[in-house]
Design a protein around this ligand. Structure first.
Ligand SMILES: CC(C)(COP(=O)(O)OP(=O)(O)OC[C@H]1O[C@@H](n2cnc3c(N)ncnc32)[C@H](O)[C@@H]1OP(=O)(O)O)[C@@H](O)C(=O)NCCC(=O)NCCS
Length: 208
């Protein structure tokens, strides 16, 4: 049962991680699924995707919930039956969920060179100046995670990562930053916490 760890984000917000070492059959046998989830699982093309999906259900069970307590709205955003807020992310060998009394968005992203290569498409690369390549990869991954996390909070049609979401200057060692969404003539700010988790970056955004 490789429950990996929890991170307390604030008094009412906790993130939980599952390291996927099981095969899809073992995970499937260990969870109870409602019919809609069974259909979704069957429609997934890759076993890695199925494992990530099932590992989220393992985390729910670890916390005293089941798949029956989780539903999705029309845009694919997950909701818990007890009114608490939930955000979900999976990446390769890890699945993560974050549960909170307040709205949150999370993203878990594997560190890889490709993120740096595509950085000009989603961020202001001046923010990477003066860093070693490994730090540039890390920072670009954090910024990607910031944008995904804010998108998961807002998920409004028309939000563009490079145009509408920007991070204020921050240092990697701080583990926190502030980000802004400027969209539809409105400015919203978000408090961001980010953590390295093995070869991944975990980001959690909370609206201010
Ligand atoms: C929806 C989206 C945020 C998912 O992110 P991802 O990195 O592909 O995948 P993750 O594993 O981190 O997250 C997937 C989970 O997000 C959640 N999710 C999906 N749609 C969501 C939405 N609209 N709002 C909030 N959460 C959502 C789901 O729980 C999903 O997992 P599950 O279906 O297995 O429960 C992403 O696909 C997306 O659309 N991003 C915006 C794309 C974009 O604008 N890119 C611009 C690049 S310049």
């Amino acid at each position: 049962m490789p429950f990996y760890k929890s991170i307390q984000i604030n008094e009412t917000t906790n993130a939980h991680f599952w390291e996927i070492t099981e095969d899809v059959t073992s995970l499937f046998r260990a969870v109870s699924l409602k019919d809609t989830s069974l259909f979704r699982l069957e429609s997934m093309k890759s076993e890695a995707h199925q494992c990530g999906f099932l590992a989220v259900r393992m985390l729910l069970q670890h916390l005293g919930y089941t798949d029956f307590d989780l539903s999705y709205d029309e845009v694919g955003k997950p909701h818990l039956i007890d009114g608490k807020h939930i955000s979900i992310s999976h990446s390769h060998e890890f699945s993560a969920i974050c549960i909170s009394d307040v709205i949150i968005g999370i993203d878990l992203e594997k560190l890889k060179e490709k993120t740096l290569k595509i950085a000009p498409r989603f961020m202001d690369v001046n923010h990477l100046e003066g860093l070693e390549v490994s730090e540039q990869i890390e920072k670009a991954t954090v910024i990607w995670g910031v944008k995904e996390s804010i998108f998961k909070i807002k998920n409004e049609k028309g939000i563009s990562f490079p145009e509408h979401i920007s991070e204020r200057t921050f240092d990697l060692k701080d583990g926190i930053c502030t980000a802004e969404l400027r969209f539809n003539n409105q400015l919203e700010t978000f408090s961001i916490q980010f953590y390295p988790v093995e070869a991944y970056i975990f980001v959690c955004a909370i609206p201010n």
